[in-house]
Design a protein. Sequence first.
Length: 419
Amino acid sequence: MFYIALKDLMRSLRSPFTLAFMLILPLLEAGLPYLAFSNLSSGLPVQTTRVLLVNLDRPVEQYPDFLAGNLLADMFRNDELGDLLDTTVGDSEAAARAAVDSRETDVAVIIPSGLTAALFGGEGRTEIEIYHDPALTLGPAVVRDVVTNFLDGFAGSLIAADTAARRAAEDGALLDDNSRLEIMRRYGDWAQGVGESLGQGIHPAVRYEASARVQPSESVMKAQIGPIMLGMLVFFAFFTGAISAQSLLHEAEQGTLARLFRTPASKTAILTGKFATVEILLALQVILLIGIGKALFGIAWGDPILVILNGSALVVAAGGFGIMLIAFMRTTRQAFLVMGGAVILTGMAGGTMTTWFVNPPALFETVNLFTPQGWILRGFSAAMRGGGTIEAAVPAAVGTGLGLIFLWIGVHKLKAKFA
């Protein structure tokens, strides 16, 4: 039994076809998306937009030391916008337009002389003008957002100051100009903080706490590569199980299996040696792919005990499934066609090709449970996301049970075939 397993193992490891399905194809399927999109972790490169700012604003008599145009200019010179906007200051509206026309700058922002007066409720109407090259889209959109956010925030600060003044009047007090400006400043700071939070996808009224068991990914791509690698591991493990079990048919066609059966070795020992080769190859594949995925892509597979449980379930399920398939085949040619179709169909139904889907349909998740691949994926996924022991161990137990059933069917069929 030992020598038969060793001989088959050495022959399989020398086969380029077997090695391709064991290691090369799974790593390629998972590695190519990683190489193609790994630069997304640092963000998409965006060209800096050149902005020429002309501030013509004038103060109002009520607030001689305050200019709304200066606040807007400070927003454009904010360090956080430095990667997007390269802002310079001009003093002539006509010169700014000419600079855009000659492509010396990309966008000109012209702040009118009556901006402060209009914001403080003057009778006149005024507009901030954004003059840009019509061929540009992203840069002018960023500039427009900066201006819009400024105007919305300033309008909100005025409403806050007016509300405070009315409340003070109801209490018999008078809100002086300095107090109004202080309220407007505080509102502006608050609005800026809210905007920064929302820009990061965080609402200031909601507290976010990450589970201690979940390790944060270094990048979006690393978070995606784990499920992709898992799907390829399970998919190609079932291929390896079927390909390695095919050696039974190959030796039967060549006559070497018949000669083995004529030796003093028992039929049980011979078949056990063949089956052991299948399981050893699968165990080697699972260990290598999990290790390479951890070392090369930084995949966090989860609790080692749960990974071992589900890895063992995968070995038993894929091996039993392959042996059962081969037991019903008559020739290697027939086995190759049926094996490919069966493994691909059950793999797709089990969800090995869609592991990166965020919210798959409920019907699809139900269909997964009618395949061994679906149960194995469910157990591995629970371990990867830091799920509980029961959540990861139950699918592993079901997958192992299915594998043993497949193996039992295959063994009895093969014994009858070679009687």
